[in-house]
Design a protein around this ligand. Structure first.
Ligand code: HGY
Ligand code: MN
Ligand code: MN
Length: 450
């Protein structure tokens, strides 16, 4: 052994007590190496490789603003999926697509009795999205598998790198695995214009066999996801790593406002039943009610379709999209009650009628406290500063939370910008997050959670 500590010891002169002390000290010093019985070198993330892969992935669905429009079930999505499948294969993973269309890259573990450890994220984007939301976690999860392979490290658990399909259209792929998709969800039309059921078939899944994609409690040892924060807390406070304590619940409604389409030149102002005017009052009321209630909840009307949509016709019908988010589901339900009862009043006063159809309900999900501790310790062990924080954005992790322990690692988003082509995270911060992810995988693999 060639180290300063050993050089000071003259073993020939040690008595039994001294020898025991020597071996204990040596064990403490070498502990980290000794607990990798299958390992060669200590695995490390290659940050340059992550940057290269992120840049290559950004070609699929590239838009002129510098971001991507890689909507789920589009041709760009399909091409991006082929690209990550190639990376997974290079990392030595056996790739398959489950019946929900999720991509799974698997590496067997050394202990056949253990369930898999899952790491991953998504590569679909919102319309005119950025190059980091989902991509960072997906590419970093593949990089973690590659780093383990490069270092010759085998895990006890099977490792599954998972790229969930259609995260941005309602965490569809992870929902299929966690609690299962309903017929109603399969019939919804996504931002890209396809029925979800048809989209799943388009990317290689089988919507008639979704039960085969479901997993139950005990089937997954843990799910870990690295993601950009998408807010500005880490960046503005110069904190390296966010330890996510929970992910907000998200409820969405399609709001139909029925008025009466009539001639815009001949109908007097006091005889109109203008659906768009009612919609405008509704949008203002959502903002006012959500803002006036104490707490961190948010509410948005982010979608509006006006019919028939002409300069010279009073709008006869509007379809709006309402979304409410909070860590407490009861808060969301209370806000919805206030909003819908004010909508009734607006409707009555404007001669219009509001009706609400709930299109999505993602329940809030706390992360696993043991994983929070492991993430925090792993980050600090690598010399990073941490902050425990909630996630205002939805994530696939919350769909897996009902059936398995989940943990999420955040890295800073510069300026807190996301769902925008201007979304950006620095390469070194991405590499930091990926190294934390890798260390957490190793720690969870060694210790198991239960
Ligand atoms: O909408 C969300 O919060 C997520 O980015 N899918
Ligand atoms: Mn997103
Ligand atoms: Mn995301």
């Amino acid at each position: 052994m060639n180290c300063g500590f050993c050089a000071k010891i003259n073993r020939n002169t040690m008595n039994i007590k001294q020898r025991a002390g020597f071996f204990l000290a040596a064990f403490l010093m070498l502990g980290p190496a000794l607990v990798f019985p299958q390992s060669g070198a200590q695995p490390r993330i290659n940050g340059t490789r992550i940057t290269t892969h992120l840049t290559e992935l950004s070609e699929f669905g590239k838009n002129p603003q510098g971001g991507v429009s890689r909507l789920a079930y589009s041709d760009a999505d399909l091409k991006g999926r082929e690209y990550v499948i190639g990376l997974m294969k290079s990392a030595g993973l056996d790739v398959s697509i489950d019946t929900a269309g999720n991509i799974i890259g698997r590496k067997a573990g050394t202990d056949k009795s253990l369930p898999p450890l899952l790491v991953g994220s998504h590569i679909d984007s919102v319309p005119e999205g950025g190059n980091y939301d989902g991509d960072v976690g997906s590419i970093s999860a593949i990089e973690a598998a590659q780093a383990l392979r490069d270092a010759g490290v085998s895990l006890r658990h099977p490792l599954e790198v998972i790229i969930f399909e259609n995260e941005e259209g309602g965490t569809i792929g992870s929902h299929a695995i966690g609690t299962g998709l309903t017929e109603k969800q399969l019939n919804l039309v996504t931002n890209g214009g396809k029925r979800i059921g048809d989209g799943i078939r388009f990317i290689g899944g089988d919507p008639d066999q979704l039960a085969r994609a479901r997993r139950k409690r005990g089937d997954i040892a843990a799910y870990l996801e690295l993601h950009i924060e998408q807010g500005g807390i880490l960046d503005s406070n110069k904190i390296n790593i966010g330890v996510v304590e929970g992910i907000v619940g998200i409820k969405q409604w399609e709001v139909a406002i029925e008025g009466f389409a009539n001639h815009a030149g001949t109908t007097p102002m006091n005889q109109r039943r203008d659906a768009l005017l009612a919609a405008a009052k509704f949008i203002e009321s959502v903002n006012r009610i959500v803002t006036a209630t104490p707490g961190r909840q948010v509410g948005t009307v982010g979608k509006l379709q006006v019919q028939p949509g002409a300069y010279n016709v009073i709008p006869g019908k509007v379809v709006a999209g309402l979304e409410l988010r909070d860590l407490d589901e009861k808060k969301i339900d209370l806000l919805f009650k206030l909003i819908s009862s004010e909508a009734d009043e607006i409707g009555r006063a404007a001669g219009t009628k509001f009706s609400f159809t709930q299109t999505n309900a993602i329940i809030p999900a706390p992360t696993d406290p043991r994983l929070r501790t492991i993430i925090d310790q792993a980050a600090k062990g690598l010399g990073f500063t941490t902050r425990v924080m909630p996630s205002g954005a939805g994530h696939d992790a919350q769909e897996i939370a009902p059936i398995a322990p989940v943990g999420m690692i955040f890295i800073p988003s510069v300026g807190g910008i996301s769902h925008s082509p201007r979304e950006y995270s620095k390469p070194e911060e991405i590499a930091n997050g990926a190294n934390v992810l890798l260390q957490v995988v190793l720690k969870v693999d060694r210790a198991s959670l239960d």
